[in-house]
Write a protein that binds this ligand. Structure first.
Ligand SMILES: Nc1ncnc2c1ncn2[C@@H]1O[C@H](COP(=O)(O)OP(=O)(O)OP(=O)(O)O)[C@@H](O)[C@H]1O
Ligand SMILES: [Mg+2]
Length: 259
């Protein structure tokens, strides 16, 4: 299921504003890749180009290629809806649909994709996704209660279950723990570690310890000055980025000597 991503010379724009410049990288299947860097350097922008969510903003566009197992997401005739089914996304703030039950939240993405499923298949999928998101035991007796009745950490795992339920190849997460307490954060980190046996996982985080704990590879993004495009300064094994980076800007950032 898990897939390889090759980004080639990607430039990202919001209208005339060149937000991110010249990114090339390879993300291996069955791995966790973390993106770190100062606010405004384009981490979220770049992440959204990996499932064609960037272009939903009017005037937003990209140049370059993003290949998933060799297929260019931006190739002619590629349907962005298909892309988003292959590449799921979890956001910074848990965003379950408040009026839907826990179960309907898990199934929401599947229903949007207009896949008709029998009620026994729906039950099975709900259980599988909730187990995958490490939430099943906490909610199995209240599947018909609203998703909004869960704690923040549980809601974030529910959103991860919703992403898993559509059986993507890749899961993107933009600061998935920034609204969570330390215990829920550790639960999500454990889960990310489990997910990599089946998925390609890409996560944006401001938490350096988190990047060091959960990721195999780390990309450091930076921008030279305000108004300049963000760039990928260094991309390497997490071990190297944190212990022996090759760029001074990376070292300054990870050691807190930034700005
Ligand atoms: N919808 C938008 N329209 C125009 N410019 C945008 C839009 N979204 C982001 N930008 C700009 O693109 C640049 C990169 O923003 P982005 O949100 O990707 O940064 P980030 O690295 O994720 O920052 P943070 O760590 O604060 O989340 C910023 O200059 C930002 O102002
Ligand atoms: Mg961001």
């Amino acid at each position: 299921m898990s897939k390889r991503i090759d980004v080639k010379d990607l430039d990202i724009y919001y209208g005339d504003f060149h937000a991110v410049k010249g990114v090339s990288m390879t993300i291996e299947p069955r791995s966790v890749t973390a993106f770190i860097g100062p606010s405004g350097c384009g981490k979220s922008t770049f992440l959204r180009t990996l499932n064609r969510m960037h272009e939903v903003i009017p005037g937003a566009r990209v140049e370059g290629e993003v290949l998933i197992d060799g297929q260019n997401l931006y190739g002619k005739g590629v349907d962005p809806v298909d892309v988003r089914r292959q590449v799921g996304m979890v956001f910074q703030r848990p965003n379950p649909f408040p009026t839907m039950s826990i179960k309907e939240n898990v199934l929401a993405g599947v229903r949007l994709n207009a896949r008709r499923i029998s009620s026994s298949a729906a039950d099975e999928l709900t259980e599988r996704a909730l187990r995958g998101a490490n939430l099943w035991n906490e909610v199995k007796d209240r599947l018909d209660k609203p998703g909004s009745g869960l704690s923040g950490g549980q809601q974030q795992r529910l959103c991860i279950a919703r992403a898993i339920a559509i059986q993507p190849e890749v899961i993107l997460m933009d600061e998935p723990c920034s609204a969570l307490d330390p215990i829920s954060t550790l639960a999500i980190e454990d889960l990310i570690n489990d997910l990599k046996s089946d998925y390609t996982v890409v996560i944006v985080t401001h938490n350096m310890q988190q990047a060091a704990r959960v990721s195999d590879k780390t990309g450091f993004f930076n921008l030279k000055a305000t108004g300049q495009p963000g760039q990928l300064v260094e991309f390497d094994t997490t071990q190297t980025i944190f212990n022996n980076p090759s760029q001074k800007a990376t070292e300054d950032y990870i050691s807190g000597r930034f700005g």
